[in-house]
Design a protein around this ligand. Structure first.
Ligand code: 164
Ligand code: MG
Length: 357
């Protein structure tokens, strides 16, 4: 009988964990401080950081991922570095250049759109500010399921045109914006449900709006991660290591999906991001060079004032992250240690999730 490597017991697991709280420079998915648990195993470090609102069944996948990294280590890499996208939260257009400065060399930018309380004009201004600051970058947007079908169809036409109109190779005053120029690379999770995504893809095709639809929450939070693509709701997939239960499971899901995949962060510390980089580095792509797969959404480390590694140990350089084994700096683990009642909360959660594995 083969068994999956892991801790000898729950006590063995709990003896190896460190709960940290990372203060953030910018509000992202509604939070300003990110708590995660780091686990040291015989093969390296893993990260358990299921978002607090996730129930134990869902969070157990994240624990499986942490255990996989700590007891098995990363899967074999096909490349030595991974291209990363810049991530622009739903901020005011005027703040875009300062955020972009945290992503040196990134040639793909993901812009959050459809934020509640904002309007399409805010999204267009944010995208325009990106293209003004970095002319010629590839732009993708992420609505986190915030639009209905009608709203999405209308917004994507406008945003796609805004990107085409900003094409630096297009001379001003040359008439209608070309439909052949580079528009939006894709939209991530424009609507919440699979049925809506299917309907939207039909609508975009009928309207002649050629924007790919990528599924994120419909994979990350679904019982069956393959369903959305099989149902015809997505041209692409966004895949995250921890929600899928680890890098090897991510690679298996990606192979079955059969569409281009973008590996993305779950707002992880450097330890979690390194697992994402390892998965992206192991993905078969068109060729084995470091740009053979879509730019990964793994540049979120800059959102923290302080990460668990020393500055320079795992930095973005020339738009890429290195494929590297990451261990936290002991002084930072101590300095970033979560307060006692939060540590107890995470340890209880680990106990419950461990029973589900
Ligand atoms: O993909 C990226 O560029 C960064 C990661 C990112 O956008 C996310 C990280 C964590 C939680 C998610 O709400 C969010 C996403 O929707 O993809
Ligand atoms: Mg997303």
């Amino acid at each position: 009988m083969t068994s999956v490597p892991g801790p000898e017991s729950i006590d063995d697991l709990l003896d190896r964990v460190h709960v940290v709280a990372l203060p953030m420079r910018v509000r992202f998915r509604g939070i300003t401080e990110r708590e995660v648990v780091l686990v040291e195993g015989p093969s390296g470090w893993g990260e358990f950081g299921a978002f607090p609102e996730y129930d134990d069944d869902e969070a157990a996948n994240w624990l499986a991922s942490a255990i996989e990294m700590a007891w098995q280590g990363p899967p074999p890499a096909l490349r030595t570095r991974v291209a990363v996208n810049a991530t622009i939260p739903a901020i005011a257009a005027g703040e875009v250049p300062a955020i972009l400065d945290r992503f040196p060399g990134c040639t793909t930018v993901k812009v959050k759109v459809a934020e509640s309380g904002q309007e399409l004009v805010d999204d267009v201004a944010r995208v325009a500010a990106v293209l003004q600051a970095r002319p010629g970058v590839r732009v993708r947007v992420d609505a986190n399921g915030g639009w209905g079908v009608d709203e999405a169809a209308a917004a994507l036409r406008v945003l796609d045109q805004a990107v085409r109109a900003a094409d630096p190779s297009r001379a001003p005053g040359t008439g209608p914006v070309s439909l052949d120029g580079p528009g939006l690379e894709y939209v991530e999770q424009p609507c919440a449900t699979v049925d809506e995504l299917v309907e939207l893809r039909g609508r975009l095709a009928a309207d002649g709006v050629r924007v790919d639809v990528a599924a994120d929450e419909s994979i990350r939070r679904a019982e069956d991660p393959l369903r959305v693509v099989r149902a015809g709701g997505a041209d692409r997939a966004v895949v995250k290591v921890a929600p899928l239960g680890g890098p090897r499971r991510l690679l298996a899901v990606a192979a079955e999906l059969g569409v281009p995949v973008t590996v993305s962060s779950a707002l992880d510390s450097a330890v979690g991001v390194s697992a994402g980089v390892a998965a992206a580095a192991a993905l078969p792509g068109c060729g084995d060079d470091d740009d053979a797969v879509p730019a990964a959404g793994l540049g979120t480390g800059g959102f923290f004032f302080e990460d668990v590694v020393e500055p320079g140990a795992f930095d973005l350089a020339d738009g890429h992250l290195p494929v590297r084994t990451i261990g936290p700096d002991p002084a930072r683990l101590a300095g970033l240690r979560a307060v006692a009642y939060r540590r107890d909360w995470w340890l209880d959660r680990i106990r419950r999730c461990h029973l589900l594995l």
